[in-house]
Ligand binder design. Structure first.
Ligand code: WQD
Length: 341
């Protein structure tokens, strides 16, 4: 069976993807520097899958270390590349760190892949590449040359780098997966979203209100042009997203070329929709306060999911209620996330 190197495999989406790969019979090797994850998540992957796998604590900026992974594992057939900094707000205050870590790190990975003749990659991109001027629902053929923050620009630039890599060598097979808003957790409750510090994103913040770690949810604006005035996004269950990666890695094993693919449900939910769905899941009222809008937010976006269905025969199956049920199950069992371990 094929072997896949998963960079950032200890992270939220990476860990759920590792479980799906192992369950599908792939061999995996994980590379992670734990800058935004913990070793405990690797132990949880093994517990869920009942399988063990090789792991390297390494930073993509260390080219010697990355080359060593490929030297020691010549059986690597493809790479799924999650590793990268991803906090939008932080990227505005630390642009140099974001460009260096995300772009130079990706260039080191591509150089090591080329040296070892590994030319299949699935890249963790984001709906943020669509910027603020495209109409919704977002379609893959729309222009993606602008963003509102350095984090988003790293995704725009890395997509361009990968398109240029293919233009220079048509032996490459590249899948650019544009995520919308991944939330939820594995049904076991053993893995889920465990951000360091105060959560930037809506769902982990709601989880922490439900466990009592946060006093209330601040709703960033209720005067948007949406049904209830709060921001609308395309929330997708992290397990649906992980299964989309499984389809993408199977696709790159069989095809050459570059394909950008949306991974979203095609449905929009508001902040209050998610909050009330979570209240239903946890069986208690969750306090919230309307706050001023957050800089950089837009009213509404969601995916056109047609291409993923046509190319991968993939579509999202879980509902917002499923996402909240599973997210609460993880939070309830892990009120302090993965702890310090
Ligand atoms: C969702 C909605 C907020 C927090 C970001 C990145 C995107 C991707 C997903 C990486 C918005 C509102 C939020 C809170 C709130 N990340 N909100 N109170 O901004 O849609 O997307 O994460 O790929 O690239 O841009 O996600 O969860 O931060 O916000 O009211 O405490 O929830 O205003 O309407 P976002 P989010």
């Amino acid at each position: 069976m094929s072997t896949v190197l998963v960079t950032g495999g200890a992270g939220f989406i990476g860990s759920h993807t590792c479980v799906e790969l192992l369950d599908a019979g792939f061999n995996i090797i994980v590379l992670d520097n734990f800058s935004n994850s913990k070793p405990e998540s690797l132990r949880r992957i093994e517990k869920i899958s009942g399988k063990s796998f090789k792991f390297y604590e390494a930073d993509l900026l260390d080219l010697d270390a990355v080359n060593r992974v490929f030297d020691e594992n010549p059986e690597i057939d493809a790479v799924i590349h999650f590793a990268g900094l991803k906090a939008v707000g932080e990227s505005v205050s630390k642009p140099v760190e974001y460009y260096h870590n995300n772009i130079t790190g990706t260039l080191m990975l591509i150089k090591a892949m080329r040296t070892h003749n590994v030319k299949r990659i699935v890249f963790s991109s984001s709906a943020t590449v669509y910027g603020v001027n495209n109409p919704v629902p977002y379609v893959e053929t729309m222009p993606t040359n602008s963003s509102t923050n350095p984090y988003g620009y790293t995704k725009v630039m890395i997509e361009q780098i990968l398109k240029d890599v293919y233009a220079a060598d048509n032996e490459w097979s590249i899948s650019l997966l544009r995520y919308f808003n991944p939330i939820g957790a594995h049904s076991s409750g053993l893995i889920g979203e465990d951000p360091n510090g105060i959560p930037n994103n809506l769902f982990p913040y709601i989880q922490q209100v439900a466990t009592g770690k946060r006093e209330f949810l601040g709703v960033f604006g209720n005067d948007y042009d949406t049904p209830d005035g709060t921001g609308v996004r395309d929330y997708i269950h992290v397990v649906d997203l992980a299964k989309g990666h499984l389809c993408a890695v199977k696709y790159v094993m069989e095809h050459k070329g570059v394909e950008a693919v949306n991974l979203g449900t095609g449905k929009g939910s508001s902040v209050l929709d998610v909050l009330h769905a979570f209240e239903k899941a946890c069986g208690k009222e969750l306090p919230y306060k309307i706050m001023p809008r957050r800089a950089g937010d837009i009213d509404c976006y969601y995916a056109a999911p047609t291409k993923a269905k046509e190319l991968f025969n993939w579509e999202a199956k879980y509902t917002i209620d499923d996402m909240c049920r599973d997210g609460w199950n993880f939070a309830r069992q892990n009120p302090d996330g993965y702890g310090e371990g």
